[in-house]
Design a protein around this ligand. Structure first.
Ligand code: SF4
Ligand code: MG
Length: 320
């Protein structure tokens, strides 16, 4: 069927500088031609180092940031060109969970009212129905009804993220964009939150675009995984294919840095040499060539395109 989300050739450029001393063409290509799909009831894990453009993808899909070009198809309708008013019916379908769900929320509201807020915004139900819906959501995310009257600062990190999830679920969306939802949590709490999201997906056929900087975090929850590097997807595959047979040297390096469950064997964290280069005027050729242990002459001059190498397994590398 038609995927819940289909992103086609998404581009987001920011012009920077603009003063007396900037060069004429200073810009950041935060997202540089990104395409992927998220089918109903599935999760796409979007992975990359901070600064690779994954949060810009998240915000653009939500239309919190205007795309420079490209399509954002929701159930087959491109929402990229829609005006604020035209976007209205789609807002309810798209919800986001942030790393810190309370950073953008009113600290003077109690948790129950924060979860009820989207229902009020979208005019869903009367006061009594909203109250029942919030009770149901609290129960679903594993919080007690008595906690509805507590203020955000009275909750632990994991509980706060449960409230963020309840709030995102309130309007019964088709897609939740989860932008590093567990990155600030302890590993044991991360697993609880991820299992909660997976249970909810099984029950409600909801789709997730799940963003993280760590492959280990998306391993369990994802059906497919897209790996981003400096604004582009460098590998895109079914989870099992990506883990068992990575085709891009960057993915290979990320996999090497995934900590193994055995603490004695843990932390061989390096292997990736150097830092992520600046997205302002990125390196010519393959953006990864400065850090790639397989780089050869062609890599410095020619940018590899993302191609299907095996069935459904895409990579952007001259070696393939
Ligand atoms: Fe490495 Fe070259 Fe492949 Fe880029 S194109 S990942 S530099 S081998
Ligand atoms: Mg980010």
């Amino acid at each position: 069927g038609v995927p819940v989300l289909e992103v086609v050739d998404l581009v987001k450029k920011y012009r920077i500088g603009g003063g007396l001393f900037s060069r004429k063409h200073d810009y950041v290509h935060a997202v540089d031609g990104v395409s992927f799909t998220v089918p109903e009831g599935q999760t796409l894990g979007l992975v990359g180092e901070s600064g690779c453009g994954k949060s810009t993808v998240a915000r653009t899909v939500m239309r919190l940031v205007e795309p420079t070009s490209g399509q954002i198809n929701i159930d087959g309708t491109d929402i990229a060109p829609l005006s604020r008013t035209e976007m209205q019916p789609y807002r309810r379908q798209l919800q986001i969970v942030f790393q810190d769900p309370f950073a953008s929320l009113d600290p003077r509201l109690v948790a129950g009212d924060l979860v009820a807020e989207p229902l009020v915004v979208h005019g869903m139900g009367n006061a009594q129905e909203r109250k029942e819906r919030v009770e149901e959501l609290f129960q679903r995310v594993g919080l007690r009804a008595s906690q509805m009257s507590n203020y955000p600062h009275q909750f632990s990190g994991g509980q706060r993220q449960r409230i963020g999830i309840a709030r995102a679920l309130a309007s019964r969306p088709r897609l939740i964009v989860a932008d590093e939802p567990v990155s600030a949590l302890d590993v044991s709490i991360q697993a609880q939150v991820i299992n909660l999201l997976m249970d909810i997906q099984r029950e409600q056929k909801i789709s997730y675009l799940f963003i993280a900087h760590d492959l280990a975090v998306v391993a369990h929850i994802s059906h497919r995984i897209a790996v981003m590097y400096l604004g582009r997807i460098v590998e895109y595959a079914d989870k099992h294919d990506l883990f068992s047979k990575p085709l891009h040297p960057y993915t290979e390096a990320l996999l090497m840095s995934v900590p193994v469950p055995n603490p004695a064997a843990m932390r061989e964290r390096v292997l990736l040499k150097g830092e992520l280069p600046s997205p302002i005027n990125p390196p010519a050729g393959c953006h990864f060539h400065d850090r790639c242990r397989y780089a050869f002459g062609r890599c410095k001059v020619e940018q590899p395109v993302l191609r299907e190498i095996d069935n459904g397994h895409f990579a952007a590398c001259h070696l393939r």
